[in-house]
Design a protein around this ligand. Sequence first.
Ligand SMILES: [Cu+2]
Length: 229
Amino acid sequence: MRFSTSVSALTFAAVALAQDVTNGQPGLVFDPPSVNATKGSVVTFVFDGAPGNHTVAQSSFQKPCEPLPNGFDSGYIFVPQGSQGPFPTFNLTIEDDTKPIWFYCAQSLSKPQPHCISGMVGAINAPTTNNTFDAFQALAKSAASVVPPSPALSGVNAIATAGPGPLTGSFSGAAVPTGTAPAGSGSSGGSSGTSSSSGASPTKSNGAGTIQISGVAAFLAAAFGVVLA
Ligand SMILES: [Cu+2]
């Protein structure tokens, strides 16, 4: 597991670890699986696994492989074998950095294993004791099933302002949320909260998976090496 707040370093890590073997399963990982991000930061998920068909769906510590009510959900993003970048990205703005944000991949194909149960889960601002990322992942691996995604931009303590993209050429999405999330909707778990522009407005870059916003830019790669029918 690597931690960094440096976009360039993390970008390198994603490339370097593309063939990594994590938890006995080649490829079914978020890399890095856990990051810290301050309020107003944008965490970018890069769907760079080729082939791959993954989601980023918010869940809860207690139920790692089930959608959190009012949680964000990218839907499925399909990246064919042999794809070259730039890859589709999904950007989450952190609205409350005092609470952990848990998420999973909702890909439920049984070969080699539903991804969440393989340990394809991640965390933003996970505690370092008790409900740690490792504890969360252990719960995921013992889950009985993986619940399919329910697309949504607004999440709890984090929101996306747009669905994953760009979805052009060979990239495609299914159950992908559309529209624009209301600003500031996530911090109390509702989907229609008051406008909150206290932080800097996120500035989105296209394609490269690098987001700059008042400080931390975090990067997660949604993973690798998944062969799908
Ligand atoms: Cu997955």
